[in-house]
Write a protein that binds this ligand. Structure first.
Ligand SMILES: Cc1cc2nc3c(=O)[nH]c(=O)nc-3n(C[C@H](O)[C@H](O)[C@H](O)COP(=O)(O)OP(=O)(O)OC[C@H]3O[C@@H](n4cnc5c(N)ncnc54)[C@H](O)[C@@H]3O)c2cc1C
Length: 377
């Protein structure tokens, strides 16, 4: 039996970013069922940081995270992010929504400019313009393209450097109590710790069930992405991340010649190794061809991942009320990367039961917003 102060179940961005902070303060083991970190949602993310999703709390967490995401690594590791503009587009009918999004950009002090559809094609030349297409737009020059793999590997390296363990191929089979400790039996070894962090993404309620803790009602929702070649001979690398302000699509360059696109689908799913559905692939190809002058003649690659929410769509970070030492770190939805520096800091404060900082209170953030007790857990 391996003994640690804290065991973290799940080596996605939620578990790794929190474990990397905790490893400075305690002995930590990360327990992951798959053979590599980030196999599920975190490895399937398009990993872009922008203000076009979420509401006040998620956007505040994003704003608090941008500097950390942009920071140059002190050692030889890959940079976690590069500045890459985001273009939020609206049809004439959607202008009120774009106005509201402009208010958000102004409130968060973003480096943005409002423009007409005609001006937007200077940045994204393939867009169709006009009342039913791109009629008005916001260009956010401070958005970030994140390197998900570099971020995950960086956290894994930090955990190991602090003497923590990353245990792969260690699918949790059962969780029991022994005195004041949790005993976690996995496919690899048995672990014991006083504190158990549940960062199991779409499986978070299954882990709670094993531990006898109340569930939070996690809702995994499938999101599909396709990759397709852009116009032959065109360097696409400087095209912005383009996102419709309402239902529609987002699209961003991958390297110089490929584009990634998503119909922003949200089909309900059981926790699973998610795969794209034909209807969602067809939908995104059709939306791209309707809204742009691009032809999706060949889909190079497609995949899907699960974004996991609870009913109020805010993250769940805090101790369970009915299971001593059982700590939730789940429900990151569609913003798990762009909020990870701030959310892992909040997780660290709450796991270690430290005072809530004035600076977070001043931003309108307090522990009750994240507490599992709001969901009866
Ligand atoms: C297509 C797509 C696009 C996205 N785009 C963005 C974006 O642009 N920006 C952004 O910030 N976010 C984005 N997201 C959201 C982001 O990816 C998620 O919020 C984040 O990855 C959730 O991380 P997680 O660690 O909670 O979950 P996961 O990465 O799923 O990690 C949970 C881990 O727990 C492990 N686990 C589960 N059960 C067990 C068990 N019994 N034993 C051991 N291990 C177990 C799993 O194997 C898994 O590795 C996107 C997501 C998707 C799917």
């Amino acid at each position: 039996m391996k003994r640690f102060d804290i065991c973290v179940i799940g080596a996605g961005i939620a578990g790794l970013s929190l474990a990397a902070r905790l490893a400075h303060r305690a002995s930590v083991a990360v327990i992951e069922g798959e053979s590599a970190p980030g196999y599920h949602a975190s490895g399937r993310s398009v990993a872009f940081a922008h203000f076009g999703l979420g509401e006040r709390v998620v956007r505040t967490l994003t704003a608090l995270s941008l500097d950390d995401l942009k920071a140059r690594p002190a050692d030889d590791r890959a940079a976690p992010a590069e500045v890459h503009p985001a273009l939020h587009i609206a049809s004439q009918r959607e202008v009120p929504r774009l106005d509201a999004l402009e208010d958000v950009h102004r409130a968060f002090g973003c480096d943005y400019v409002r423009m007409s559809g005609g001006e937007a094609v200077r940045y994204a030349p393939a867009l169709r313009t006009g009342p039913d297409y791109c009629y008005s737009a916001i260009l956010d020059r401070g958005a970030l393209k994140l390197d998900a793999d570099a971020i995950l590997q960086g956290h894994a390296r930090d955990i190991r450097a602090m003497g923590g363990e990353l245990n792969l191929g260690a699918s949790v089979n059962s969780i029991a109590r022994s005195g004041e400790d949790w005993v976690i039996d996995t496919a690899a070894s048995t672990f014991t710790s006083r504190i158990l962090v549940n960062a199991a993404g779409a499986w978070a309620d299954e882990i709670a069930n094993m531990a006898g803790a109340s569930p939070i009602g996690i809702e995994p929702r499938r999101r599909t992405v396709i990759s397709f070649p852009g116009p032959h001979g065109t360097d696409l690398s400087q095209w912005p991340f383009v996102k419709t302000v309402g239902d529609g699509f987002y699209m961003l360059p991958e390297g110089t010649g490929q584009l990634l696109a998503s119909p922003m689908d949200e089909g309900a799913s059981a926790p699973c190794d998610a795969a794209p559905e034909e209807i969602d692939i067809a939908t995104i190809a059709e939306r791209i061809e309707q809204s742009t002058k691009l032809t999706v003649s060949r889909i190079s690659h497609s995949w899907a991942g699960l974004r996991s929410f609870v009913r109020d769509e805010l993250p769940v970070v805090g101790f369970a009320k009915d299971a001593p030492g059982f700590f939730w770190c789940a429900g990151q939805g569609g913003a798990g990367f762009q909020t990870s520096p701030a959310l892992s800091r909040i997780g660290e404060l709450l796991v270690l039961r430290e005072d809530w900082p004035e600076e977070l209170e001043a931003k309108g953030l307090n522990p009750s917003l994240f507490a599992p007790s709001r969901l009866g857990a």
